[in-house]
Design a protein around this ligand. Structure first.
Ligand SMILES: [Zn+2]
Length: 347
């Protein structure tokens, strides 16, 4: 079977607090949706392993890893909005290890596309600090694994979460081996992700930010991904595609201001799959980031899996509309002006 998910009960045990939006019910709702008969046959299930201390230091300061380790068995507030419960450290170790298991499955031919359905999320976590509900940077560690253990040289990270993936961007800001593409509501938390943030040194051009005003829906997102991500990927030719899949862009999300429906999300999945199929034998690993509407999470994850399985939920007329629309957010002119020297296909 070509599709796998990585899941584990431990991810339901990380609990940052009773009124916290990043709560266990998020994954409970996704897991129970994926057990329904219309979808349960479409994927196989993998169990995560724990990441080791050494693996975590590929992306994090050893002192910081120890700080998180010391929260084991305790409730600790690590950042204004990031807290642990007694099992959070174990969950965080397995959220990272889920990435490695997923990549192992992809590179051993067990699966083509893998979705790691984990908590805590990761894309805000920086080298030496927890941030924005994130402890360790799951997707950045996936990229480090691909560089170090699989010997890859060109990895594309696509971050469609509502928020900018500041931690991931910082991890590879000076690297030309990892191309970080992010679309995000701006100005908004965490404040980074301007178009002018393009990378430094050898990494110049390998960070592509598309900050968007609140209110963007399926057509605006389709345009951004078709007109910016596709041409950039066409030039970069990734050997692996990683996705920070956050579903807080969903129209009913309590933290977000975007208007994307599960149909629009399926279209984003369609495009990243298209990139992976064209350039790297379908090698695609998605990992769950944000998304705080329980219904939005269940519907969106299902829409992504249906799309990956070739059983698209996108109606034909909607697909045509998304493929032809010219509903360009204004910022794309600026993105092209800055990035066309690095990515000729953009001009
Ligand atoms: Zn988010």
């Amino acid at each position: 079977m070509a599709i796998a998910i990585v899941k584990d009960e431990i991810f339901l045990k990380h609990n940052p607090g009773e009124y916290h939006p990043e709560r266990p019910e998020r994954l409970e709702k996704i897991y129970s949706r994926l057990e329904k008969p219309d979808i349960a046959e479409l994927y196989k299930t993998l169990a995560p392993r724990e990441a080791t201390f050494e693996e975590l230091t590929w992306n994090h300061a050893p002192e910081y890893v120890k700080t998180v380790q010391q929260t084991s068995g305790q409730h600790v507030q690590l950042d204004a909005d990031t807290a642990t419960s007694p099992e959070s450290f174990e969950a965080a170790l397995k959220a990272v290890g889920a990435q490695f298991v997923g990549l192992g499955a992809i590179f051993s031919g067990q699966a083509q596309h893998v979705f790691a359905l984990v908590r805590p999320p990761g894309h805000h976590a920086e080298y030496d600090r927890a941030m924005g509900f994130c402890l360790f940077n799951n997707i950045a560690l996936a990229a480090h694994y691909a560089l170090k253990k699989l010997g890859l040289k060109r990895i594309l990270i696509v971050d469609w979460d509502l928020h900018h993936g500041n931690g991931t961007q910082k991890s590879f800001y000076t690297s030309k081996e990892v191309l970080f593409f992010s679309s995000h509501q701006y100005p908004y938390y965490p404040g980074t992700g301007r178009v002018e943030e393009i990378g430094e040194g050898e990494g110049r051009g390998f960070t592509v930010n598309v900050p968007l005003p609140a209110g963007c829906g399926d057509l605006e997102y389709a345009t951004v991904y078709r007109k910016i991500l596709l041409p950039v990927a066409e030039s970069f030719k990734p050997e692996l595609v990683l996705v920070s899949a956050g579903f807080d862009i969903y129209f009913g999300d309590p933290l977000g201001g975007m208007q994307v429906t599960p149909i629009g999300i399926a279209y984003l999945a369609r495009l990243v799959k298209q990139i992976a199929d064209k350039h790297c034998q379908g090698r695609l690993l998605l990992t769950l980031e944000g998304g705080y509407s329980l219904q939005g999470l269940a519907d969106s994850v299902a829409a992504v899996l249906f799309e990956l399985a070739g059983r698209s939920v996108i109606p034909t007329d909607k697909l045509e509309e998304m493929e032809e629309t010219d509903r360009e957010p204004e910022v794309l002119t600026h993105v092209r002006a800055i990035h066309k020297t690095f990515w000729p296909e953009l001009s």
